[in-house]
Design a protein around this ligand. Structure first.
Ligand SMILES: Cc1ncc(COP(=O)(O)O)c(C=O)c1O
Length: 419
């Protein structure tokens, strides 16, 4: 047995989280490395949705709002608070990440608490940049700047901080960047922002469920993110929004829908904001999606973010070392940080034939499912709740064979809509 195989086997045997894999639907002929886009289905969700559809919607109909649905939304807020260390008056589940970013950016611009300037960087996810840009175009005198770094993998923190010093304002960053998986030092940047009359809106989409995030310990004021990646909430599952109490008190909801009203069922004609984060609610909660989300959240709470982050760090280090020692000579570049302190849970590699290599991975046995991001990136997403060390080794074995024998040449360069 090779050294690598022996090591992978040992690491899997000693893994304190190994039992969690059986809580998900796993296909025997497949290695899924795309939990950073859409997490796996937790067992039991299908039955719960079936029950919610048949009984709660089908038979109980409108009565379900009072019987269980409104309470369910509160329970979910509480569980998110427990996960990320926030009070349930500071965190709310619902709407999409894009809507939440629009809402809080507009709320902060309106509040005039920070200088009227929006700043993001070239590593941020496109939807964030588009939304900031749309606000900048609509709000008179609120420019948007996008910081460009020399490196495409990591930010230059000195450049970022010096920008904040000279141009304080409303900054938006993805805690873990979508392309390279770089993780920013959250506490250090929050402190710096606070000292320089700025605020950072953290997009946690690629971080929640894999980084050991604590809103109080990191002095975070605003954060939001999606739940369909490492939290395994299901396709398009609702996002979450966190706002620290002091900031909530200084902001209004710019999309003041009836669910943000103190008494929505009074049907009053004037808006009166609800207390705490509830005032940031907009419309009717998407109950079926919220019900689907709970199981993944429960599993994450049970495993604990600390243990998940520990395993994630060990797995990205294992894969990094494997990629570096076995595949560098084939022109496959690692596009993720070497230091685990600055790494999220996915590793990116690049190659001029990345798309065809990704197809060769998917069409082999076992099928290996990564994702592809233009123009030459393959992302290997590691979800510690169900990815095994041996999965990573098999992936690198396959990549080596594909590159060595140029197996990818038979695949088309044409791409479907979702890659
Ligand atoms: C970092 C980041 N932000 C925002 C989004 C978009 O979220 P939504 O489609 O829920 O608006 C994504 C989607 O993958 C993302 O990765």
């Amino acid at each position: 047995m090779s050294d690598w195989r022996h090591r992978a086997q040992q690491l899997d045997e000693q893994d304190p989280l190994k039992g969690f894999r059986d809580r998900f639907l796993n296909r025997t002929d497949e290695i899924y490395l795309d939990g950073n886009s859409l997490g796996k289905l937790p067992l039991g969700v299908a039955e719960e949705i079936q029950e919610a559809v048949q009984e709660q919607w089908g038979h109980n109909l409108i009565r379900s709002w009072n019987d269980s649905w409104l309470a369910k939304t509160e329970q979910l807020n509480e569980k998110f608070g427990q996960l990320l260390n926030a009070s349930s008056k500071e965190i709310i589940v619902g709407e999409s990440t894009s809507v939440r970013l629009y809402q809080i950016t507009q709320a902060l611009v309106n509040a005039k608490r920070y200088p009227p300037r929006l700043v993001t960087d070239s590593l941020n996810f496109p939807t964030d940049v588009y939304i900031l840009d749309s606000i900048s175009q609509q709000a008179y005198g609120v420019p948007l700047t996008q910081i460009e770094y020399k490196e495409s993998i990591e930010p230059n923190l000195e450049q970022l901080q010096s920008k904040m010093q000279s141009e304080p304002g409303i900054y938006c960053l993805s805690l873990v960047t979508y392309k390279s998986g770089y993780a920013y030092p959250m506490l250090e940047l929050n402190k710096f922002a606070e000292a320089h009359n700025s605020i950072i809106l953290w997009d946690l989409s690629h971080a929640v469920g894999v980084l050991d995030i604590d809103f109080k310990a990191t002095e975070t004021k605003v954060a939001f993110g999606c739940t369909y990646k490492y939290l395994n909430g299901g396709p398009g599952s609702p996002a979450f929004l966190y706002m620290a109490t002091d900031l909530l008190e200084q902001t209004e909801n710019p999309i003041a829908g009836w669910f943000g009203h103190a008494r929505p069922f009074d049907f009053g004609i004037r808006f009166e904001a609800a207390e705490g984060i509830q005032k940031m609610a907009i419309g009717t909660p998407s109950m079926l999606s919220l019900i689907a989300l709970e199981k993944g959240l429960d599993i994450t709470l049970e495993a604990g973010l600390k243990a998940i982050r520990e395993k994630s760090t060990a797995q990205t280090a294992f894969l990094w070392e494997l990629l570096h020692s076995r595949l560098a000579s084939f022109g496959l570049e690692i596009e993720s940080p070497e230091s685990s302190d600055h790494r999220g849970a996915h590793l990116s590699v690049s190659h001029s034939e990345a798309w065809r290599i990704a197809q060769a991975l998917q069409k082999g046995t076992p099928a290996i499912i990564p994702d592809f991001r233009p123009d030459r990136f393959i992302r290997l997403g590691i979800a510690p709740l169900y990815t095994r060390f041996q999965d990573l080794l098999i992936t690198v074995d396959r990549l080596e064979a594909i590159l060595e024998k140029k197996e990818y040449v038979i695949f088309s360069t044409k791409k479907p809509q979702v890659t």
